[in-house]
Each structure stands twice: as structure tokens, then as C-alpha cells.
Design a protein around this ligand. Structure first.
Ligand SMILES: Cc1ncc(COP(=O)(O)O)c(C=O)c1O
Length: 488
């Protein structure tokens, strides 16, 4: 077991200083106003050659996987340029590939492992559970109630919790519940936000204004009641809510409380409160998608940090501590009663389910992960690592006079180099920029990997408790080498 001293973090958060959102937005606007600044070609070719000389095993397995797996890759966030790495070991702050290369892990599986990868004290509890009842029985297990109780202790707005299989399922359930509860049909999301891949939210993904661009295979009807507004534009949100009032009303406004895509467009500190007030005015539910922020920012989630009470909260990732079947939805007893039927829910019963949802393994993993996160102060430590990483990146950006932008919400660190996610498609000229800037980002991600760091798509870095000062400083040395090769 870890020897870290016990410290309660129930009311503490990993954000020590709120980012200066206006300054960041200005820097991002400046980044896209000039041509992209990729690596010099010789540098990039050398990085790509590194994969050929050091990653033969991964290359072979990537080629083989193409035979039986469409595209050869199943993880949306997986690093796959020039080919997918085959990772065989994960521990603490590091990953190892099949060829024996070691990487600092800033992907963190997309966010759930705030304690670091494959954290032994949680693994031991999971093995204990597996030995006693296996992963699933289809019947009630104590861990279901223990997890729901713990979540309520951390997030008082979550009076009741329904465990599901993924964040995607949590969003589906939340939207369905909001419609059943309010009797309204329309839902509103922030342009660029990702809320999983269910039919009604594959709309305006990544970049605001892209509408149904990614909605291949989804009938237009399924998106007819989904609306977007430009990130954090309160006036536009009001206008959408007004328009919806004339067509039957809004069931819910769903937001990621630090901004779309974990804050790719960072949220002004007062936005969530403004969204809360608008929801109250228009009779809509406010849904916080805390799939990433839930427990990572602090055990009280973004709702605790911002002091804004959502009607429904969607969970994923950390809720199962990096173990499978991580998802759920929670909220007040009154709203959540729609999942149970009966008198208090006006007799409405919203159907949700899943053979493996709320299985004992996921619930035990989530319960013990959250307890360990509290005991060790993991969200705070991960946040401090994020602060150190961001400060170091800013120093490098200054030293090399680069137009890049780095900022963080605790352990969620953003590094914008190509600016592709900052493009404003309200300007038609920006469409032509998407391809080249996206390619630059892919190459940046490859350069970081060749320097021994796995990032989320080359532009986001999640830190964990395992990222000690030594690990972060090691990473900064690697970033230094990459940035020293940027073209003039
Ligand atoms: C904010 C947000 N919501 C929902 C989801 C979907 O969760 P899942 O991948 O568990 O379906 C994600 C996944 O990355 C997410 O980041």
C-alpha cells in the first residue's frame, strides 16, 4: 500500500490559479491570424525516422491490425501517426511499448487515471473483488450503494446516481431524463463540445459551426432538436433558448464546465452561473458533463469548484478509476425519480439499462479510486504537476519566441501549437486552414512521442499524481528539444 500521508481533499481543488481567459483567447486569436509554425522539415523527418528505427514491433502489429480492425485503431484519442504504438506496460507516470521504448504518459487514457496508471492499491481491491464474486452477477452488490453514497458525499447535488457503461451512455440517459422531466424536446450544446457519440450529440464537434459534418450514418431527424451556441456567448445562448421557447421549449443545456473539449476554448469564470440563471429562466435543466472534470479537478468536481449546482451531472472516466464500464448520471431525487417511475416522477419511467452497467468490478474500482484520491490528495498533486508543466511550457514558448499558447485547469493542460481547434468557422476563409493545421498537430504529436511523451492528439496533456517534479522537469527537457526545432 502507498505510504502517502492521509489528507482529506473533500473541499479542495487542483486549480490554484484560474487562467486569464481574455488573455488566452487573445493569444489564440493571434495564433490563427499568422501562418502555422511547424517543425523544420529536417527535424520532422528525423522524428519520423525514429519510429522506423525504434518501433518495428509496433509497426508490424499496426499493419496486422489493419486486416481485422477498421483503420487498425479503436481509440479515438490514440496516437497513430505515423502508426499506432503497441503499448504493453503502464505504471505510474510511464508507458512502455512492445519494442521496449518508455514514454511519459500525458494521455492518461484520456483522463481517468488521476492516481497514475495501474495504481496498486486499487488493483488489489479489484483483484479481491474478482476473487470473491467475479466481475458481474447481474444482481445487486454493496459496492453500487457505496459508490453512489461516496459521490453524494463529494457532490451534494448528486442525491441519486445511476451507474452506466460509459460517458456516452450517461449523456444519453441525462438527455432522456431531461426531456421526460421537463416535457420539452430541444437540447442545446456548446459548439465544439464532445459529449460522446450518441445520435443526438454528434453535432458541432471539435469546431463550433460544423453542425452535422461528423454525423455520417445519423438521420437528420435525430439532430433536428439539437442546437449549438458559440462557446460562452451568453447572448447567443439566450437567443437559442428564446427560439426554442417558440418551438416547444428546451429540455436541457449541456456544457462541459471548463469549456468544450476540456477547455480547448476556456470558460470565463462566471459563465456557468450565467448558464444556470438562463436555464432557470427558460425552464430547462442544466446538465454538467463532468466526464473529464468529475473528480479530476477535485473530488467536488467542477460544480464544487465553480459553486454552481447543475440539475444533472454526467460521469465517466474517473467514476470507475480507469477500469471498464465508466459512466453514469446523477442529480436531485426529484429529477432522478424519472428513472424509477412512480408517483414522484408523475408516473414517467425513463428506460436505461445495460447487462454490464453497475457491475461490481466497475463500482469497486470507482469506489476505491475515489477513496484513494481523497486519502492521497491526488487531484491536488496532479494539479500541481499541471501548474509546473504549464509554467515550464510558457517559459519555453517565451525563450523560443513561439506563437504557441499554454494554459491549464489544474491537471488539464492545453498546448496549442497549430491553432486548428481555435479556428473560427464563422469566417469562411478559415475552412481552408483546417487541413494543414490539423496535419501540423499530428506531426507535433509524433515529435512529442519520438521524444518519449504521449499526449492527447498533440495538444492536451493530462497530469496525474505520479507526475513528480522530476517527471515534469524531464518532460520539459524533451519539449525544449522539440521547440528548438521549430521553423522560423
Ligand atoms: C466531456 C466528455 N463527455 C463524454 C465523453 C464520452 O465518454 P465515453 O468515452 O466514456 O463514452 C467524453 C469522452 O472523452 C468526454 O470527454
Amino acid at each position: 500500500m502507498s505510504t502517502t500521508p492521509a489528507t482529506s481533499t473533500r473541499t479542495e481543488y487542483g486549480i490554484t490559479e484560474y487562467p486569464d481567459v481574455d488573455a488566452i483567447v487573445k493569444r489564440c486569436d493571434d495564433l490563427v491570424a499568422i501562418p502555422p509554425r511547424p517543425l523544420r522539415r529536417d527535424r520532422m523527418e528525423a522524428y519520423l525516422a525514429w519510429f522506423e528505427s525504434h518501433c518495428g514491433g509496433s509497426k508490424r502489429s499496426a499493419e496486422e491490425a489493419q486486416e481485422r480492425i477498421p483503420g487498425g485503431v479503436q481509440h479515438n484519442l490514440a496516437f497513430n501517426h505515423p502508426f499506432a504504438l503497441n503499448v504493453t506496460k503502464a505504471e505510474g507516470a510511464h508507458l512502455w511499448d512492445v519494442d521496449g521504448n518508455r514514454y511519459i504518459d500525458f494521455l492518461q487514457a484520456g483522463g481517468p487515471t488521476v492516481l497514475g496508471s495501474n495504481y496498486a492499491p486499487v488493483r488489489e481491491k479489484v483483484v479481491e473483488l474478482l476473487e470473491s464474486c467475479g466481475p458481474v452477477t447481474g444482481l445487486f452488490h454493496d459496492y453500487e450503494a457505496k459508490l453512489a453514497g461516496l459521490i453524494h458525499d463529494f457532490m451534494p447535488a448528486v442525491e441519486q446516481f445511476r451507474m452506466l457503461g460509459s460517458g456516452t451512455e450517461g449523456v444519453m440517459a441525462a438527455l432522456r431524463a431531461a426531456r421526460a422531466y421537463t416535457g420539452h424536446e430541444h437540447v442545446v450544446k456548446v459548439g465544439g463540445g464532445y459529449h460522446g457519440w450518441s445520435d443526438q450529440v454528434v453535432f458541432a464537434l471539435r469546431l463550433p459551426g460544423t453542425g452535422a459534418l461528423d454525423a455520417a450514418g445519423i438521420p437528420a431527424d435525430n439532430l433536428a432538436r439539437t442546437h449549438e451556441f458559440f462557446p460562452h456567448d451568453v447572448d447567443e445562448l439566450r437567443a437559442v433558448l428564446e427560439a426554442n421557447r417558440d418551438r416547444g421549449g428546451t429540455a436541457a443545456v449541456i456544457v462541459e464546465p471548463v469549456g468544450p473539449e476540456s477547455g480547448v476554448r476556456p470558460v470565463p469564470h462566471d459563465f456557468n452561473a450565467a448558464a444556470r440563471a438562463l436555464c432557470d429562466e427558460f425552464g430547462a435543466l442544466l446538465i454538467f458533463d463532468e466526464v473529464v472534470t468529475g473528480f479530476r479537478l477535485g473530488l467536488g468536481g467542477a460544480q464544487g469548484y465553480f459553486g454552481v449546482r447543475p440539475d444533472l451531472t454526467v460521469f465517466g472516466k474517473c467514476v470507475a478509476g480507469g477500469y471498464p464500464a465508466a459512466g453514469g448520471v446523477g442529480g436531485s431525487q426529484e429529477v432522478m425519480s424519472v428513472f424509477a417511475g412512480g408517483l414522484s416522477s408523475k408516473g414517467v419511467k425513463v428506460l436505461v439499462g445495460g447487462t454490464l452497467s453497475a457491475n461490481p468490478l466497475s463500482c469497486a474500482a470507482g469506489y476505491h479510486s475515489l477513496l484513494e484520491m481523497e486519502r492521497t490528495g491526488a487531484p491536488l498533486k496532479a494539479g500541481q504537476a499541471g501548474d509546473r508543466l504549464r509554467a515550464g511550457l510558457e517559459r519555453l514558448i517565451d525563450r523560443y519566441a513561439l506563437p504557441y499558447v499554454a494554459y491549464n485547469f489544474g491537471s488539464i493542460v492545453h498546448l496549442h501549437t497549430s491553432g486548428v481547434l481555435q479556428l473560427d468557422l464563422r469566417d469562411p476563409a478559415a475552412f481552408g486552414e483546417v487541413g494543414p493545421r490539423k496535419h501540423m498537430l499530428e506531426e507535433m504529436g509524433a515529435a512529442f512521442a519520438a521524444e518519449g511523451m504521449i499526449t492527447l492528439a498533440g495538444s492536451r496533456l493530462y497530469t496525474s499524481m505520479a507526475d513528480t517534479d522530476e517527471v515534469v522537469d524531464d518532460a520539459l527537457g524533451r519539449f525544449d528539444r522539440v521547440f528548438s526545432g521549430v521553423a522560423d
